[in-house]
Design a protein around this ligand. Structure first.
Ligand SMILES: [Zn+2]
Length: 293
């Protein structure tokens, strides 16, 4: 499969910036790691796509990270996506097998799977307290919820479109997203143009499925507006776990609790060791008593 592609650009008059991602390989990698149902793939895929763009938007330092956390009361459970400053993402969904009937229009019921609740955006620069902003979900369809987050929490008018298309074999046929943001002192005449353009972005995954590039889709989002492309990068589904990090996390657990878990292992006839599975990528790490205590 080709690489994911993330385009960043800006209108020539400095009124608006545009981000377009073809996240098909990212979403497909998530499906392969989490063995998600088509509905879970759509929920997690949309959130990963958004997190990748938002991480690359706000990141300035290598240590910057951005987390999107969807906490709805629907059957999908909690869904998390974490991006680094370049848009490399990882994520998980609490109920990877979630399934609901298709909506009347034949689409996967992402809003129904997510339900009512909150969307939280956590920005962490790696030093000091992370910044968290939360909004109540509008529909659970994710794109609208993120647009509301920008409007309410950051006062930045934002067009957001996200889409994931799943094939009969449960793999990702196409996935992608578009963000257009108005900058301070934007030309107000741009607003109706961007709104009109956004109608053509509703079927964003179909645009990529038909073979369009990120530049083709950016041309649709910015139709009638002169703009320049800054760069085009290739973010990936990438986990940051390692044996060292996992052990460091275990070292923060109370020694008496570790002993209790080791005793339980022994009582069940297993060696005195602990296995930790990374929830983002499924990698397994095993530690014996000598390492832990
Ligand atoms: Zn991992």
């Amino acid at each position: 499969m080709k690489n994911s592609s993330l385009l960043r650009g800006m209108s020539r008059d400095g009124s608006a910036r545009v981000f377009v991602i073809d996240s098909t390989p990212i979403v497909d990698a998530a499906i392969c790691r989490h063995l998600t149902s088509p509905l879970a793939s759509a929920v997690l895929g949309r959130l990963l796509t958004a997190a990748s763009v938002m991480g690359s938007m706000s990141g300035e330092e290598e240590t910057d990270s951005l987390t999107l956390s969807l906490g709805g009361d629907g059957p999908a459970g909690r869904v998390i996506a974490v991006s680094d400053w370049k848009g490399n993402v990882r994520g998980y969904i609490q109920s990877p097998g979630v399934d609901l009937p298709l909506k009347e229009n034949g689409k996967l019921d992402v809003g129904g799977a997510v339900g009512h609740g909150m969307l939280s955006v956590i920005r962490d620069s790696g030093d000091g307290e992370p910044y968290t902003g939360s909004v109540e979900l509008v529909s659970g369809e994710i794109a609208e919820d993120i647009a509301k987050y920008y409007a309410v929490s950051e006062q930045v008018p934002t067009v957001c479109a996200l889409g994931v298309l799943i094939g009969r074999d449960r793999r990702c046929l196409a996935a992608g997203g578009v963000f257009v943001q108005l900058l301070p002192y934007a030309d107000p005449e741009l607003i109706p143009v961007l709104e009109e353009n956004s109608r053509a972005l509703r079927e964003i995954s179909s645009l990529f499925a038909s073979g369009m590039s990120v530049k083709d889709v950016a041309d649709i989002a910015m139709k009638g507006i002169e703009y320049d492309v800054f760069d085009e990068t290739s973010p990936e589904y990438r986990c940051t776990c390692s044996r060292e990090r996992t052990l460091a996390a275990l070292k923060t657990v109370k020694e008496s609790d570790i002993m209790k878990m080791l005793d339980e292992q022994e009582a069940e006839g297993r060696p005195r060791s602990l296995e930790v599975v990374c929830r983002f990528c499924g990698n397994r790490y095993e530690f014996d008593e000598k390492e832990l205590i």
